[in-house]
Design a protein around this ligand. Structure first.
Ligand SMILES: Nc1ncnc2c1ncn2[C@@H]1O[C@H](COP(=O)(O)OP(=O)(O)OP(=O)(O)O)[C@@H](O)[C@H]1O
Ligand SMILES: [Mg+2]
Length: 234
């Protein structure tokens, strides 16, 4: 099985704080892999370390066979890694269409992807002239994901897509992520275990800055002790 991404024992500092103290993540190509763990465990920092936003001081990040730790984050993105940050980071003052257009990496990206984006998120087409601020939480999340799809990305890192969304909207978002996974490998940070367990094939649990468990989601769902110990849910 080929891994599109290998994070090997990374150590990341933010200021003087030693936040990641040994995180390893293997992501099989074509999979959805969930990063799980309690608040403050280091999930977001793991994504940012992969992207070079908080570069790891030690350890390796290997994308498609090449070491990318230490490369500027702008160049890492250009390799084909898309990021959907927490809290639906969209431009509230820009229209839906402007939000999508400025996500281009190469000229013409948006035009090439338009049809795919609107078949995945039909609502966005209807809302195309509205400003980001006028979208509902669910619509903003769809736009945030759509932005990461404008450029050609073979790996998508999605942080907490279900956060703060109503159940019916979460269902729509899950459907979109499932469709996406046909085209792109996905690393998903997700606090909602039910959502993560229904979407992901593989999981990694992060606890206090360390990856402590990893495997197939199908095994984790049958392991209530591990779920209770690390995720505080059963
Ligand atoms: N800029 C920062 N300065 C200092 N500490 C930080 C900073 N960013 C994150 N941390 C700390 O790093 C640890 C990991 O944070 P991180 O955001 O990666 O956790 P997380 O697993 O994504 O949590 P959550 O579920 O709350 O999003 C936390 O203890 C957090 O307080
Ligand atoms: Mg986080």
């Amino acid at each position: 099985m080929e891994n599109i991404l290998e994070v090997q024992n990374i150590q990341t500092f933010i200021g003087q704080y030693h936040i990641l103290q040994g995180v390893s993540v293997s992501v099989p190509k074509g999979s959805i892999t969930a990063l799980l763990g309690r608040n403050g465990a280091g999930k977001t920092t793991t994504l940012k370390s992969i992207l070079g936003l908080t570069p790891p001081r030690e350890g390796k990040v290997i994308f498609e066979g090449n070491e990318i730790q230490g490369i500027p984050s702008f160049d890492i993105a250009r390799l084909g890694i898309g990021f959907v940050p927490e809290h639906r980071a969209i431009f509230r003052d820009l229209s839906v269409e402007e939000n999508l257009k400025i996500a281009e990496r190469n000229k013409g990206d948006y035009a090439r992807k338009e049809e795919m984006l609107f078949s995945l998120f039909p609502d966005l087409k209807r809302l195309i002239t509205l400003s980001g601020a006028n979208l509902s939480g669910g619509q903003q999340q769809m736009l945030a994901i759509a932005r990461a799809l404008v450029a050609d990305n073979r790996l998508l890192l999605i942080d907490e897509p279900s956060e703060g969304l109503a159940p019916v909207i979460i269902e729509n978002m899950m459907t979109a992520i499932r469709q996406l996974s046909a085209e792109s490998t996905i690393v998903l940070v997700e606090q909602n275990f039910l959502v993560a367990s229904q979407l992901a094939e593989y999981y990694v649990i992060i606890e206090e800055g360390r990856s402590v468990r990893a495997g197939k989601m199908a095994d984790l769902v049958n392991d209530p002790d591990t779920i209770h110990r690390y995720l505080g849910a059963a």
